[in-house]
Design a protein around this ligand. Structure first.
Ligand SMILES: CSC[C@H]1O[C@H](OP(=O)(O)O)[C@H](O)[C@@H]1O
Length: 348
């Protein structure tokens, strides 16, 4: 099993996803500011993985606070939360994980040391919960994939795999479950400009497990669907509004429109924890804009002339009406029914 975030004795170990696929390496994180930087620079990325990393970042920050005074400790912990909140704005998992750690600290009676101990345990619970959730999503996805005598060809976008979660993956979790059950012919992986998460990360995960994978450029996806090469599209999510509108990697929206035009089922695979029931629709989802250098530079190669301007939104929002179903750990839900599933206390 692939774990992008792992706790070892006194530190967090992250797979450095900026070095894959050419180099598998792990970065050791001992401080909250280093964890914040790791999230911002996408050493660790993917909504659930970001939530797990932020939870450990909260513990690392709590460990740095040198006071025995409870009030002083909780005030300083708020500062750690602000540091981590400032990393990336779209993945809701980051924010609920931070809030859950803060709530745990406030509700824990006893010494600062005892609060710190509970915070580490809570971060580990968030990680373990996400792994179980992803495995459930993967298996529940089997219930909605097209029934076919032939094995399926599933198109996915970006990386919603083990690398983007505590392990196993959401969209790629569905792929893993289909592969395990002998229902998958191959994955078509959109390369996913500008950071190439599909070409670099999804393809790497598939190759590690012997899952046949065809990498295509984003601009080829519509042609592949039109040519009958794709049986289903399964993607992840960074934040889902209560009406089912879904924010995911830039390029997801156009995939959904083309899939619908060709009557190809389009599924979002995501844990309930990615649903932000505080947002009525997708227009309210904050969309991260990243460094334009991601567009104009690949390695040492400059792609554009001087004098041009850039626009680099990292996500777009797919309307609920373009989504066939949202596959959660509790099964597939028509997006329009999501609002009726508000949990008693979301991510408490
Ligand atoms: C399992 S959801 C992963 C989700 O996060 C990715 O974004 P990024 O690589 O920028 O963190 C992408 O939207 C994936 O679908």
């Amino acid at each position: 099993m692939l774990y992008p975030v792992a706790w070892h004795d006194d530190r967090v170990s992250l797979i450095d996803q900026t070095r894959l696929p050419t180099l598998y390496s792990r970065v050791e994180i001992r401080r909250s500011d280093d964890m914040a930087m790791a999230i911002k620079t996408m050493i660790v990325r993917g909504a659930p993985a970001i939530g797990v990393a932020a939870a450990y970042g909260m513990y690392l920050g709590a460990r740095e606070i040198e006071t025995d005074d409870r009030a002083e400790f909780l005030t300083a912990l708020d500062g750690v939360a602000d540091l981590l909140r400032g990393t990336r704005p779209t993945a809701v998992n980051l924010f609920w994980a931070i809030e859950r750690m803060l709530k745990t600290a406030r509700q824990t009676v006893g010494s600062v040391e005892s609060i710190q101990a509970v915070l580490l345990k809570t971060a580990q619970e968030i990680q373990e919960e996400d792994l179980r959730t992803c495995q459930a999503i993967g298996d529940r996805g089997l219930e909605v994939l097209p029934e076919s005598p032939q094995k399926l060809r599933i198109l996915t976008h970006c990386n919603a795999g083990a690398l983007a979660t505590a392990g196993y993956g959401t969209a790629l979790g569905v792929v893993r479950s289909a592969w395990r059950e002998g229902r998958l012919e191959r994955v078509y992986a959109n390369e996913t400009r500008p950071r190439f998460q599909g070409a670099k990360l999804t393809a790497w995960e598939c190759v590690q497990e012997g899952i046949p994978v065809t990498v295509i450029t984003d601009s080829m996806a519509a042609h592949c669907m039109k040519e009958g090469l794709i049986d289903a599209v399964v993607v992840g999510a960074d934040r889902i509004a209560a009406n089912g509108d879904t924010a995911n990697k830039i390029g997801t929206y156009s995939l959904a429109l083309v899939a619908r035009a060709h009557n190809i089922p389009f599924f979002v695979a995501a844990p309930f924890s990615t649903v932000d029931f505080n947002l009525g629709d997708g227009a309210q989802i904050p969309i991260e804009e990243r460094d334009p250098a991601e567009i104009y530079r690949i390695g040492d190669t400059q792609l554009t002339p001087a004098g041009v301007e850039f626009y680099n939104p990292a996500f777009d929002v797919t309307p609920a009406a373009s989504i066939s179903a949202i596959v959660t750990e509790d099964g597939a839900i028509p997006p329009e029914q999501l609002g009726g599933r508000i949990p008693s206390q979301q991510n408490s």
